[in-house]
Ligand binder design. Structure first.
Ligand SMILES: N[C@@H](CCC(=O)N[C@@H](CS)C(=O)NCC(=O)O)C(=O)O
Length: 219
């Protein structure tokens, strides 16, 4: 049975989609609208919180992008994308793989404030300011690490995919060009054919419809 990936365009499931393309695996893709569709009884049976991604694979359903990345690399010949236990870059691979979520949670919070909450009066200027600053700090760490490096590790790996998605989503809230090394790295990643295949197709229902969200004027 082919793996089945449950995905919403531009959501964290983009990490798993990008990875599946990098691995050259044959899989089916189920695209959900980012909204009530994710709370259907049939989807909740796959992911108990109704979130994406969920990956149907090897007779089970696996959720959490970090776990999906580790499992796919372990079981589907991750090759250069993987750093197996006992190899020199194992620790760094795990660290950056999961640091991707540290970055993404701030972007997710900003997505809630700017997009999911659509009445200005319901948004919080304090949360927006705090989360933007925390996102910038998390990006600064990457920018410093990427000084003089092409990738997070000695070569392109699944860690770049995981963090690369976080940078993709961060660009909707922060001007990435302020981070020279990060921008250079992200530009390299975004030229990869597998990344481009994971982008939403023309006319798809997307989350970030209006490009970068400016800090709203809220009282
Ligand atoms: N830590 C989880 C986060 C999953 C997650 O929260 N996904 C978001 C999309 S980026 C989602 O499905 N949100 C829908 C909702 O909260 O209703 C992972 O990395 O897979």
């Amino acid at each position: 049975m082919k793996p089945v990936l449950h995905h919403c365009h531009q959501a964290r499931s983009m990490r798993s989609l990008w990875l599946l393309h990098e691995l050259g695996l044959d899989f089916d893709l189920v695209v959900h609208d980012f909204g009530p569709d994710l709370r259907s009884e049939s989807y909740l049976a796959k992911h108990p919180l109704g979130r994406v991604p969920a990956l149907e694979i090897d007779g089970a359903v696996l959720f959490e992008t970090g776990a999906i990345t580790e499992y796919l690399c372990e079981t589907r010949a991750g090759g250069d994308l993987y750093r197996a236990p006992g190899t020199p870059e194992r620790m760094a691979w795990l660290q950056w793989l999961h640091y991707a979520e540290t970055v993404a949670v701030h972007a997710a919070s900003l997505t809630q404030q700017h997009i999911v909450i659509y009445e200005d009066k319901d948004r919080s200027a304090v949360v927006i300011k705090l989360e933007t600053r925390r996102l910038e700090k998390a990006l600064e760490v990457l920018d410093t690490h990427l000084n003089g490096r092409d990738y997070l590790l000695s070569g392109f790996s699944a860690a770049d995919i995981s963090v690369g998605y976080s940078a993709y989503v961060a660009q909707f809230f922060v001007d990435l060009s302020r981070f020279e090394n990060l921008s250079r790295w992200f530009e390299t990643l975004s030229r990869r054919p597998a990344f481009q295949k994971a982008l939403p197709p023309e006319g798809a229902n997307i989350i970030y419809k209006s490009g970068r969200c400016e800090a709203p004027v809220v009282s």
